[in-house]
Design a protein around this ligand. Structure first.
Ligand SMILES: Nc1ncnc2c1ncn2[C@@H]1O[C@H](COP(=O)(O)OP(=O)(O)OP(=O)(O)O)[C@@H](O)[C@H]1O
Ligand code: SF4
Ligand SMILES: [Mg+2]
Length: 348
């Protein structure tokens, strides 16, 4: 329990993941997919993690789920460091943390009926039960696959992308997890069905109190998901650069990269789109830089692209620091004082 009374169910402490990437001339340089991540996730929280492709979202989620090991640092579940757990205890806690894969076509066996996709793990976790049909029907109903009996003998191919993700969510709920990490689960779904899946996750969170971490590269999806008490974390090249409630991140962003991300996101309103396009160069210098150059630099990973970059930014990595007294909004930037007031009232 934290001093403010909240329960932390998952923590990442100084977590880094290094992949050695080969460069030219047989020299290989370490590539930090994650660098010094510190993150506490609270019980019942709806946390969104956003960032462009390659920023380390999946790496973070897989390490947090215990599927991969960090190169440095530690992962804690319910206050216990997972690498220090005895095998028996780890196996006991394992089902409490569920990871839902970005691609349901790859994670659900297409040759099994929808009934057996759910019935088999149900039997594994609960043993042989008389009422298995009822349990499968209840699960399908809880994720909006209705009428459930109609789908019992159908195959995953009979479901839409959204339907498949509903099935993946139902399967993840079987071990009665306390934490679900959903990795880009709406990215392969038609725009028109995305809101319904995110709404389903919100309802599950509200009804059962389950902690949900949702990864997305869409700031609009993140705002919708984390609205009402959740947080959004913004990742840039393996680091969390800003974290806070959606009101702070979307309506009052501070980090130049968060601002650029918001300004680059598409909106339907033409006037707003024009304004955003005009403002973007204020927060992002467009230039081509070798990835190896960025990885080699000592300081901020945004320094090549940041119009506010100073000498200190080249030399020293900024750490997350509080910008609000309540400690909820944190930003990793050396030049916070120099960043002007945010220009947009509505970001669409
Ligand atoms: N096994 C690996 N070996 C080498 N590099 C890897 C490996 N896995 C990931 N990476 C690199 O680590 C970085 C972060 O990858 P990651 O998949 O976590 O990004 P992401 O934010 O999830 O991206 P996306 O939005 O495209 O899913 C990328 O540059 C990726 O190429
Ligand atoms: S630390 Fe410096 S380079 Fe990095 S975002 Fe802030 S001002 Fe820009
Ligand atoms: Mg990913």
């Amino acid at each position: 329990m934290k001093s403010d009374g909240s329960d932390v169910v998952m923590s990442l402490k100084n977590v880094s993941k290094i992949f050695v990437k080969r460069k030219f001339l047989r020299r290989s340089i370490p590539f930090y997919a994650l660098e010094n991540i510190n993150l506490d996730i609270e019980k019942g929280e709806r946390l969104s993690i956003i960032g462009e492709s390659g920023s380390g979202k999946t790496t973070l989620a897989r390490i947090a789920s215990g599927l991969d090991k960090p190169s440095e640092g530690s992962v804690f579940w319910f206050g216990r460091e997972i690498t220090k757990l005895k095998t028996k205890k780890f196996k006991e806690l394992r089902p409490k943390v569920q990871y839902i894969h970005q691609n349901p076509y790859a994670s659900i066996n297409p040759s099994r009926t929808i009934f057996s996709v759910l019935a088999d793990p149900l039997k594994r976790y609960e043993g042989e039960v008389d009422s298995i049909e009822k349990k499968v029907a209840d699960l399908l109903r809880s994720v909006g696959i209705v009428p459930p009996e109609f789908f019992f003998n159908k195959y995953p191919r009979h479901l839409s992308g959204g339907g498949l993700q509903r099935l993946a969510i139902a399967r993840a709920m079987i071990p009665k997890p306390e934490i679900i990490l959903a990795d880009e689960i709406v990215s392969m779904i038609d725009m028109s069905f995305r809101a319904a899946i995110v709404k389903l996750l919100i309802e599950l969170n509200e009804k059962t109190g389950i902690t949900i971490v949702m990864i997305s590269h869409d700031i609009g999806v993140a705002r919708y998901f984390s609205h009402g008490g959740g947080r959004i974390a913004v990742m840039l090249r393996g680091r969390i650069v800003e974290i806070g409630p959606p009101d702070a991140i979307v309506d009052n962003p501070i980090h130049p990269y968060t601002r650029a991300l918001i300004l680059a996101s598409p909106v339907a309103n033409k006037r707003l789109a024009l304004k955003k396009r005009e403002l973007l160069p204020k927060y992002n210098i467009q230039k081509e830089v070798w990835e190896s150059e960025i990885m080699k630099m000592k300081g901020c990973r945004y320094a090549f692209f940041c119009p506010f970059a100073s000498e200190k930014c080249q030399e020293e990595k900024p750490e997350l620091t509080d910008v609000e007294k309540d400690g909820k909004h944190k930003v990793a930037c050396h030049m916070i004082e120099e960043i002007p007031a945010w220009e947009l009232e509505s970001v669409g």
